[in-house]
Write a protein that binds this ligand. Structure first.
Ligand code: PEP
Length: 258
C-alpha cells in the first residue's frame, strides 16, 4: 500500500505544560493555522488531564482532535490519582498516548502495563498512540530492532484485527526525545519500516500497510519535511515544538505536502 493511502497524523504531546487559560490561547492560535489540513492530515493535541475539557470546548467544530497523555487500565476502583478510559471517552476524548518513554522511565511503565492500557483504551473506543523506542545504550549495543520488536509485540498482544486499525504507533528513540538530537531521516525510516514489518508478522501485510506509524524525537519546523518525506513515516508525535503554534503548524503543513 502506498503511503498516501494511510492516515497522516501530527500529534502534539504537551507533557506537563500549560494552565487552562494558556491551553485555550494556544489552541485558539493553532486552530485557524491548521484548518486547511482537514482532509489530508489528522491534527491532534494531547494535553494534560486538567486541560481536556477546556481543549475539547475550544476545538469543537474544528479539525483539531484532542488526546490524553495517559490512561489507566482498570475500569474503576481504588486507584487514587488515576483516570480510566471510560472517563476519557465520556468527556469526548478521541486519542490517548500510551507508553511514552517518560512514563516508562519515571513512572515504572512496562511493556506489560502498556499492553493493558492499550487494550483498555481500545475497549472503551479510544485510539491509542503507542510509543516504542530504544535508549542510546540499546542503539549503541546494536539491539534497536530487538527492543522495538519486543515492545511492539507485547503492546499489541490480544488486540483484535478490527481494533488494530485504531492503533497508531509512535517510534520515539529515547535518546532523541527533548534532547535536540533528532534521528536522521534514514535511521527513523529504517526503524519505522521495521515496525511495519513486525506488524505484518503479527497480523498480515494489509493491516501493516494500513497502520499509521509516527516518528517522534526532537522533530521541529526545520527537520520535519525530510522526516515526513520518508515512505514509512506517516506523521509525528511532537513535544517541544507543539507548544509553539507557528512551529506546530509548519510540521502540519509539511505533512500536508509530504
Ligand atoms: C515527545 O514528547 O513525545 C517528544 C517527541 O518530545 P520532543 O519533540 O520535545 O523531543
Amino acid at each position: 500500500m502506498n503511503k498516501a493511502t494511510r492516515k497522516a497524523i501530527i500529534a502534539g504531546n504537551w507533557k506537563m505544560n500549560k494552565t487552562r487559560p494558556e491551553a485555550k490561547a494556544l489552541l485558539e492560535e493553532i486552530k485557524p493555522l491548521v484548518a486547511n489540513a482537514q482532509d489530508a492530515v489528522e491534527v491532534i493535541a494531547c494535553v494534560p488531564f486538567t486541560n481536556l475539557e477546556t481543549a475539547l470546548a475550544v476545538t469543537e467544530g474544528s479539525n483539531v482532535k484532542i488526546g490524553a497523555e495517559n490512561v489507566h487500565f482498570e475500569k474503576s476502583g481504588a486507584f487514587t490519582g488515576e483516570i480510566s478510559a471510560d472517563m476519557l471517552t465520556e468527556l469526548g476524548v478521541e486519542y490517548v498516548v500510551i507508553g511514552h518513554s517518560e512514563r516508562r522511565q519515571y513512572f515504572g511503565e512496562t511493556d506489560e502495563t502498556v499492553n493493558k492500557r492499550t487494550l483498555a483504551a481500545l475497549q472503551a473506543g479510544l485510539k491509542p498512540i503507542v510509543c516504542v523506542g530504544e535508549t542510546l545504550t540499546e542503539r549503541e549495543q546494536g539491539i534497536t530492532e530487538e527492543v522495538v520488536a519486543k515492545q511492539t509485540k507485547i503492546a499489541l498482544m490480544g488486540t483484535c484485527e478490527k481494533c488494530i486499525k485504531n492503533v497508531v504507533i509512535a517510534y520515539e528513540p529515547v535518546w532523541a526525545i527533548g534532547t535536540g538530537k533528532v534521528a536522521t531521516p534514514e535511521q527513523a525510516q529504517d526503524v519505522c519500516g521495521f515496525i511495519r514489518k513486525t506488524i505484518a508478522g503479527l497480523f498480515n501485510q494489509e493491516i501493516a500497510d494500513g497502520i499509521t506509524i509516527q516518528y517522534g524525537g526532537s522533530m521541529n519546523a526545520a527537520n520535519c519535511a525530510e522526516l515526513l518525506a520518508k515512505p514509512d513515516i506517516d506523521g509525528g508525535l511532537i513535544g517541544g515544538a507543539s507548544l509553539k503554534a507557528a512551529d506546530f503548524n509548519t510540521i502540519v503543513q509539511a505533512a500536508v505536502n509530504g
